[in-house]
Design a protein around this ligand. Sequence first.
Ligand SMILES: [Zn+2]
Length: 265
Amino acid sequence: MAWFRDWRRKRVLRRSAIDDDLWRRVIERHGFLRVLSQDERVRLRDQVLLFLHEKSMHGAGGLVVRDDMRVAIAAQACMLILNLDIDYYRGWADIIVYPDEFVAEYEYTDDDGVVHAVREPMTGESWLAGPVILSWADAEGAGQATGYNVVMHEFAHKIDMLNGDANGYPPLHADMDRREWVRAFTQAYEDFSAAVERGEGTAIDSYAAEHPSEFFAVMSETFFDLPTVAQAQYPQVYAQLARFYRQDPVARLRQAGNLVQAHGG
Ligand SMILES: [Zn+2]
């Protein structure tokens, strides 16, 4: 059915558009989009059109989702799959956007059989086969090379969950070695968790120490938003992510830098 899928996608692309000015503003606002080559921008724009066609974005808590929010969220989500396929986001349809942090309520039973009701403020959440939930206040400032990106974080969880519960082990490509992935991530996670436990300041968000799935999501954010830090801290994890996402953001930065120099000279 590949021909049918391709035909349908081409039809969607023919029939939909993003305003040129709006697209330019979204690119300008995010450092990791500004360094994309012309080819990559064209490909990203197509992915964004397909993404917006397949997903519904809803405002919650009084938020009205504007077009620039819609495109900014879609562009960041599609950065992860720029060299993969829109099918990496299959099996769910809804994105819910709150104006600010939202409160998640859940119950759990402890070892003594006591049930606790928890209310926790959240900036983002991804449900298995369910929606992605985002705080716009936290998504809005993305792209300033801080290593913090709630949209990429939640969509990395979505990719991780393609093969079941989030565990930091997404479905790898046929040309990747499962043992190399596990070795790189296990060593880095143990090293990072120990550093956090010792109370050391870390260049990567300490939230990554919570669980291997959070380590994968935070390393993915860092990989795209602060690639030189991701590579310097955990070169083997960086190499695995580069093979998985089929992108090399450090090389891209270097290339963009060289382009600036060439123009300047
Ligand atoms: Zn997370």
